[in-house]
Design a protein. Structure first.
Length: 192
């Protein structure tokens, strides 16, 4: 069992288990979280969602490990990227969210559940959002992340002392004659 499987949130593996959850939830919101152990954003957002279980007692959170659940479950909800959150109410999909941007995800939960259940109705920021972001959360756009990865990979291949490849001055002035000998361009070739 991986660390993401050790949670207060129930895990499902089959469509039958999901059907039982939806029956139990009735007309309340069910948030189905598709994740994987190897997924960095899944690991980063998992503790935040754990905190939301208490903050949103009328929302039924359920997890499905894409590596362990029936493939038909992923197919049914067209899961192609993770983390992927499917919002279900009264047995019908009402929304979906892909990625680890938890403020946006929380706003969708608030919208579809009728709001957060806190002692102060104006308080929308949970304890999990007051903490600094986990170090694994990427806050750059995807193109800059890709460029950073490329730069890091290239820097490992190229020695750090070499900033520019230079050709020695004397080699720059020489040319190769038709007989294979080198000569300076300003000097005529000597015939043998």
């Amino acid at each position: 069992m991986d660390s993401l499987d050790k949670s207060a949130i129930p895990h499902i593996k089959t469509e039958k288990e999901l059907a039982s959850t939806m029956t139990f939830a009735g007309d309340k919101l069910v948030v189905l979280d598709f994740y994987a152990k190897w997924c960095g954003p899944c690991q980063a957002i998992s503790p935040i969602i754990e905190n939301w279980v208490e903050e949103f007692p009328d929302v039924h959170f359920v997890k499905a490990n894409v590596d362990r659940c029936e493939s038909s479950l992923c197919d049914r909800y067209n899961v192609s990227s993770i983390p992927c959150f499917i919002f279900i109410k009264s047995g019908k999909v009402i929304d979906r969210f892909t990625g680890g941007r938890y403020p946006e995800l929380k706003q969708l939960i608030i919208t579809h559940s009728g709001g957060a259940n806190t002692s102060n109705e104006n308080q929308l920021v949970s304890q999990s959002e007051k903490r600094p972001s986990p170090p694994n959360v990427v806050k750059k756009n995807s193109s800059s992340v890709i460029q950073d990865s490329i730069d890091q990979g290239v820097s490992k291949l190229v020695p750090r002392k070499i900033s520019k490849i230079q050709v020695p001055a004397q080699k720059q002035k020489k040319t190769i004659s038709s007989n294979g000998k080198s000569a300076k361009p300003s000097q005529p070739l000597k015939k043998k």
